[in-house]
Design a binder for this molecule. Structure first.
Ligand SMILES: Cc1cc2nc3c(=O)[nH]c(=O)nc-3n(C[C@H](O)[C@H](O)[C@H](O)COP(=O)(O)OP(=O)(O)OC[C@H]3O[C@@H](n4cnc5c(N)ncnc54)[C@H](O)[C@@H]3O)c2cc1C
Length: 392
């Protein structure tokens, strides 16, 4: 097989690698650390299965969300540790209670993000939290098929392109499979994150063994060693986080993602409920994290009902969710410095390239913060003056 799909559209979903009957496809990294399938031509028998299961060549069926629900986990601790409302955790718990298995992401010892299977409550703990980098799917699709054939219930949570890959690989729907996709900005290659962490480690002379991107109710890049925080930086002050949020260095295919739209590839879509209260007033506070749940199929709807004992849920207008969340309408746009970053990275590495390409964004953020602080001080000053004058 000369080419499985157009390289610029490949999402690295691994469907081809899972499907290959000769095991002659592996995922390798290009100079940007982007995972791409490579075929061992000596072993390949040109059966064409890889190209047929590739979701780039045949987009899986998409479904319109049946409704939009604002939701959060009733356990405050779980909600705190999750990226938004903790609905992913509720779905995993529901699956395990029914004797099923779950798939989600964890950082391995090299800080590579991988998708793994969990069979008990302890194992799902590490799935919590959004990891803003591409996860390696590995052979989990094969494993899902094996579990389904053993009549196990399976819940698989991933980015929409990963769910598209899983569905294309499986070729048919299974009653006991629930797919959940994240509303997704786009994913950077793992290499950028690893480079960034190495740079921080060298500066602080410590070795990180875990990473989180969203702390208790806020967005911060945090590195841990033996569960102790060794580094923490606010999102708009960190060049990796700023680059991620502003679309500086996603995989090429993310900028034309066919799944960044209202019609969805999975049974259930989850994300942050940006825009909550903008069409119909409500008094929920976003500060604790509120998820949006979009059940897209009857199976998805039924599954959400099963998880209802763990979640606070309130139906909201679908348009409120769609209008509030860009990635339910279109893919992310490229940052103005995207080309510059891509030109610089192979020669100068991550730190220099990202620092140069985000310096304007970070300077602007600092300027805004200074203005806010001045406003805060002035209004405090006014309040104190009023009090003094009032007393005279
Ligand atoms: C790369 C990325 C981009 C995102 N962009 C947006 C966005 O633009 N708008 C929006 O509303 N929401 C976005 N989200 C989703 C959001 O951050 C939350 O994950 C979502 O609201 C669910 O939160 P939760 O509290 O229910 O679960 P969490 O505790 O956050 O659990 C999240 C689930 O996502 C899985 N996961 C985490 N990181 C990855 C990854 N890199 N690849 C595959 N699976 C992963 C975990 O394994 C777990 O199953 C994004 C998430 C990721 C990972």
């Amino acid at each position: 097989m000369e080419q499985i799909c157009d390289k610029n559209k490949c999402s690295g979903c691994c469907a081809c690698m899972n499907a290959c009957p000769k095991n002659c496809i592996s995922m390798e990294y290009d100079e940007y650390g982007v995972q791409l399938p490579v075929v061992d031509k000596d072993k390949c028998v040109d059966c064409g299965l890889c190209a047929r299961v590739c979701p780039v060549n045949t987009t899986p069926k998409l479904n319109d969300p049946k409704k939009a629900i604002a939701a959060w986990h009733l356990d405050d601790e779980i909600r705190k540790k999750s990226a938004s409302g903790g609905v992913a955790a509720a779905f995993y718990e529901t699956t395990l209670e029914a004797g099923g298995v779950c798939y989600g992401t964890v950082f391995d010892e090299d800080l590579k993000l991988v998708i793994k299977k969990a069979e008990n409550m302890e194992q799902i703990k590490a799935f919590k939290g959004s990891k803003y980098v591409q996860a390696y799917v590995g052979y989990t699709f094969k494993d899902v098929k094996k579990e389904l054939e053993r009549d196990k219930s399976v819940t698989y949570i991933g980015t929409p392109c990963q769910i598209a890959g899983l569905k294309s690989y499986l070729k048919k729907d299974y009653d006991k499979l629930v797919t959940v996709d994240l509303i997704c900005h786009g994913v950077p290659s793992i290499k950028y994150l690893q480079d960034h962490v190495k740079d921080i480690e060298a500066k602080i002379n410590k070795k990180a063994d875990d990473i989180s991107f969203r702390g208790e109710y806020s967005f911060e890049l945090t590195l841990y060693e033996n569960k102790e925080v060794i580094f923490r930086k606010y999102r708009f002050l960190d060049n990796y986080f700023t680059g991620f949020l502003n679309g500086l260095f996603y995989r090429n295919n993310c900028y034309s993602c066919p799944y960044a739209r209202q019609q969805r590839v999975s049974d259930i879509t989850i994300g942050d409920f940006w825009g909550l209260g903008q069409e119909v007033p409500c008094n929920y506070s976003m500060s604790k994290g509120i998820s949006v749940i979009l059940p897209n199929t009857e199976k998805g709807l039924e599954f959400v009902k099963k998880a209802s004992d763990k979640l606070f849920m309130k139906e909201r207008p679908l348009t409120e969710a769609v209008n509030g969340n860009d990635q339910l309408r279109h893919p992310s746009e490229k940052h103005a410095n995207y080309r510059q970053f891509m030109d610089m990275y192979p020669n100068y590495g991550f730190e220099k390239s990202a620092t140069e390409c985000t310096k304007k964004d970070i300077a602007e953020f600092k300027k805004e913060e200074r203005k806010k602080n001045v406003r805060r001080v002035l209004s405090k000053g006014k309040r104190i003056c009023k009090k003094i004058i009032g007393r005279q």
